[in-house]
Design a protein around this ligand. Structure first.
Ligand code: SF4
Length: 596
């Protein structure tokens, strides 16, 4: 069955030679399903050891899975690359229309290699690739404008996605993202800079291929079950009503909302930037990724009068959710919703990762307060908590890099703190800036040991809240919980399911859905695949120099009490040791896996 499905077709594009070809890789899709499982194998094949992430040899792999286009909420595309931000595995997931358009154009994955000598964008329509001149788009800093122009230039039939970079990607800022459909992103770990290094301004993909079904009756049954759960379960309703912004107030109340560079975990201005307040005062519309009945994307309408014109207003539509609210709101002490939205808008325009940018600006503010840096470095900027106008200016400076200090900020907080000091309050884990959860040890350990250093790797924050608030857990047991969750998420990332639907896509549901895509597996086989894929990702990380032996944990996480109280350093160390021995214990070829 899989042989007949166009999922097994991988489109290879060489930007240096301006040519493309297709390879049938049923070997990869049969063994590793799709998404991250297949992409990590391609990354291993295509990415030589130790290459510069901004060199032409760094491939970009975009992959979808066997359920994409068939079932609701299988709406994400996985991007894999070597990260210019951490120097090891780059992995980012994005929704919008990206996944369905990619599947309907006739491919399970796209591999982009080489680099163009002049700016281009790629147009992939119904499987054909066109190399378009993007000289006129190069230098446009706003990802909004770039998207609008490509949309007008590319009449297409079928479902269409437009991925593009703003000025940050062109400037090779290590935490530049790629925007799709204006409000969705491959946000973390610097895919935008990899695009920029290839002079690739964007990719438009459209398609209208169909996908074969094995058993129509069984398909209807499992489809209806998933759909019903998606539209009626209370968990999904939360995503529709307030979106992830709903988390802001409860996290604050419990004492887990990082505030002013995590000097505290409660924010006095939380009410103004809460999901409830943003919905009541600003919500303009909700959107959904393609093939998702939930619609969790919340868009604020910000109306501002023009200065000299009476009754003339500019209305900006700005997407918000919990992560930018934390990183650009509480973390920077911004309590004014208009200020927060304007800052989000600015970061969105230039195409930076909101979380990394917020954490970097928070470090700079504290560093200036502590006189580690002065206006001499900042070029006259005086950072101050809550001063969103200055932060907007600073974002522009990160983009333009008028002096060495802003050049350094464009490489991330780890880099800046190494150079200027303030390491103890530089909130990065393995080179990636922290997410918005100071809930307890599991959140921070999960972030450190996760394969992409994201809160989504293993949801340690959830283990803190559900388990550690109730009982003390032995280090080995906590390590197991973190890893078990991460193993399972490799399956969801291979299928590629939106993590918000993880409660719906249980192993049993996945197996039934997979049956219709031509896979007949036992539960044990499916779960083992997750473990195997996780190991493959770790193998790549270790190959690129990642080690769990010489990690750094910012002192700040131990100073500020978390949701479950003060975090004990010794306990954390023991859990990390347990994670390490768990990951590597079953290795047959231990030699290749020796941690440095
Ligand atoms: S729940 Fe939200 S992020 Fe997930 S697929 Fe639906 S709209 Fe996209």
């Amino acid at each position: 069955m899989l042989q007949k499905d166009n999922l097994i077709n991988i489109l290879y594009i060489d930007l240096s030679q301006k040519k493309y070809w297709i390879e049938k890789r049923s070997d990869l899709f049969e063994k590793y399903l799709g998404g991250v499982g297949v992409a990590i194998q391609i990354l291993k094949e295509e990415c030589s050891v130790g290459i510069d992430p901004l060199a032409p040899e760094n491939p970009i792999i975009l992959a979808v899975g066997p359920l994409t286009g068939l079932f609701p909420l299988a709406s994400k595309t996985v991007a894999l690359f070597k990260s210019p931000h951490t120097g090891n595995l780059g992995e980012s997931h994005c929704g919008g229309r990206s996944a369905i358009a990619l599947r309907l154009t006739g491919y399970g994955a796209i591999v982009i290699k080489g680099a163009s000598t002049s700016p281009i964008y790629l147009a992939i329509h119904n499987g054909q690739v066109y190399f378009r001149d993007a000289s006129a788009l190069w230098g446009m800093t706003s990802s909004y404008t770039v998207g609008r122009i490509i949309r007008q230039n590319e009449p297409a039939t079928g479902l269409r996605t437009i991925m593009r970079i703003g000025g940050a990607g062109e400037k090779l800022i290590s935490y530049a993202g790629v925007t799709t459909e204006t409000y969705r992103h491959f946000g973390r770990l610097g895919l935008g800079a990899v695009f920029g290094s290839k002079k690739l301004k964007g990719i438009v993909i459209s398609g209208k291929h169909s996908i074969p079904l094995l058993d129509k009756q069984q398909y209807r049954k499992i489809y209806d079950h998933i759909y019903k759960e998606a539209v009626s379960s209370p968990v999904m309703k939360k995503y529709h009503d307030l979106g992830t912004a709903e988390n802001t107030s409860p996290l604050n109340e419990l004492g887990g909302l990082p505030t002013r560079n995590l000097q505290t975990a409660r924010f006095e201005g939380v009410k103004n930037i809460s999901g409830e307040n943003l919905a009541e005062g600003y919500l303009g519309r909700r959107l959904a990724c393609a093939h998702c009945p939930v619609g969790c994307i919340h868009i604020a309408a910000l109306r501002e009068p023009y200065e000299d014109e009476l009754y003339f207003y500019k209305t900006s539509m700005i997407s918000y959710d919990y992560e930018p609210i934390y990183a650009l709101g509480s973390m920077l002490g911004i309590a004014k919703p208009e200020g927060l939205l304007k800052l989000i808008d600015q970061i969105e325009k230039v195409g930076l990762d909101a979380m990394s940018t917020g954490v970097i600006l928070a470090w700079a503010t504290e560093a200036q307060e502590k006189k580690i840096i002065s206006e001499k470095e900042t070029g006259g900027i005086q950072f101050s908590w809550g001063d969103y106008i200055t932060y907007i200016k600073a974002v522009q400076f990160i983009l333009e890099q008028p002096n060495q200090f802003f050049k350094d900020l464009s490489q991330g907080v780890e880099y800046a703190a190494q150079k200027y000091g303030g390491y103890e309050f530089a909130l990065s884990f393995s080179g990636n800036e922290m997410a918005g959860y100071h809930t307890g040890p599991a959140a921070h350990i999960g972030f450190l040991v996760g394969t992409r250093h994201s809160h989504l790797d293993n949801a340690g924050y959830s283990i803190d809240q559900k388990v550690l608030t109730q009982q003390r857990v032995k280090p080995e047991a906590l390590a197991k919980m973190i890893l078990e969750e991460e193993y399972w998420r490799q399956i969801l990332s291979s299928l590629v399911i939106c993590f918000f639907a993880r409660g719906i896509y249980t192993p049993e549901v996945c197996l039934e859905a997979l049956h219709n895509a031509g896979y007949d597996l036992s539960k044990e086989e499916l779960i083992n695949k997750g473990k195997e894929i996780h190991l493959e990702k770790y193998r790549f990380k270790v190959q690129e120099g990642f080690s769990l032996d010489n990690y750094r944990l910012p002192e700040r996480i131990f100073d500020t009490p978390s949701l479950i109280g003060k975090i004990e350093k010794d306990y954390l160390k023991k859990v990390i040791e347990a994670v390490k021995s768990e990951i590597f214990s079953e290795q047959k070829d231990k030699k290749n896996f020796e941690l440095k």
